[in-house]
Design a protein around this ligand. Structure first.
Ligand SMILES: [Zn+2]
Ligand SMILES: [Zn+2]
Length: 273
């Protein structure tokens, strides 16, 4: 069965994410496992954790987690870099206690000292996190290519993977970010080339977002599926390419007013042949 869903809120209690996801027809979901706007891991009691694990079983909805906004594992700042690694480790441990196997993190920004340095700090961060926190797999997400970003080229992802060489490292590809970074994923030839560089077997999740801005804009602006420059035909080709439809597919698109959340999930489901 297709593992398809969207990012849902954990407001109220973390297990309520399952009710929200089930209510709009998701068979998979993405959540934050702590306050997304803070540095510290928010408190979570045993009761909430066991309620989450119970609903994971009863609904059968597969969950991946996303790192909070503030940590930057490519950071050249001597204060924020170790703080970011600590946050990555804390989020991985929280995932393990919740029974979540995959944690998505952005590769971040080198803050001006160049991509080489940024990439080597991503490698160091991933290595120390994988050493400290067991079980959870890290999925690095490609970036749109905003100023100072690390990870907008497929080659960046491959470089980090080759240097880390740990099987608990994989990737989450965001379609809007790929398109903004100049990859026209509506074309078979571009997809063939991309997956010639990065093995599709290292990709565990896809962020399925249409792009508000044109190809190569370097702007991270998500649009609803079919309402942006990738378009319905583009997504149909993308989703049916190779093993893409066997991955965990998560929408991070605007909530209305163009389209309802359940309707959008239904449209994507119908695209997969
Ligand atoms: Zn994303
Ligand atoms: Zn984005």
């Amino acid at each position: 069965m297709l593992a398809l869903g969207r990012h849902v809120s954990i407001a109220g209690s973390i297990d309520m994410a399952f009710d929200r996801a089930a209510g709009i027809g998701c068979t998979a979901m993405q959540i934050f496992v702590t306050n997304p706007r803070g540095w510290e891991l928010s408190d979570m009691d045993e009761k909430a954790i066991s309620a989450f694990r119970r609903k994971a079983k009863s609904t059968g909805i597969g969950t991946i987690a996303h790192m909070p906004y503030l940590p930057n594992i490519a950071s050249s700042n001597p204060v924020s870099h170790p703080k970011s690694v600590k946050s990555l480790i804390g989020n991985m441990e929280r995932c393990r206690s919740l029974g979540i196997g995959h944690l998505v993190t952005h590769m971040g920004s080198h803050l001006g000292d160049g991509k080489e340095g940024g990439l080597s700090r991503v490698v160091d961060s991933v290595n120390s996190a994988l050493d400290s926190a067991k079980g959870t797999m890290i999925l690095l997400e490609n970036e749109a290519g905003h100023r100072n970003s690390v990870g907008d080229r497929i080659e960046d992802l491959v470089k980090v993977y080759d240097e880390v060489g740990n099987r608990r490292l994989g990737f989450c590809l965001d379609t809007c970010h790929l398109f903004a970074a100049g990859y026209d994923i509506t074309k078979e030839a571009v997809l063939d080339e991309m997956f010639g560089i990065l093995s599709i077997d290292r990709v565990f999740a896809v962020h399925l977002n249409d792009a508000k801005k044109e190809l190569g804009s370097r702007l991270d602006r998500h649009a609803n599926i079919g309402f942006g420059h990738i378009g319905k035909d583009g997504f149909r080709r993308f989703l049916n390419h190779g093993k893409i439809s066997s991955k965990i597919i998560i929408l991070e698109t605007p909530e209305g007013p163009e389209i309802g959340e359940a309707e959008e999930i239904g449209i994507v489901r119908e695209m997969v042949e």
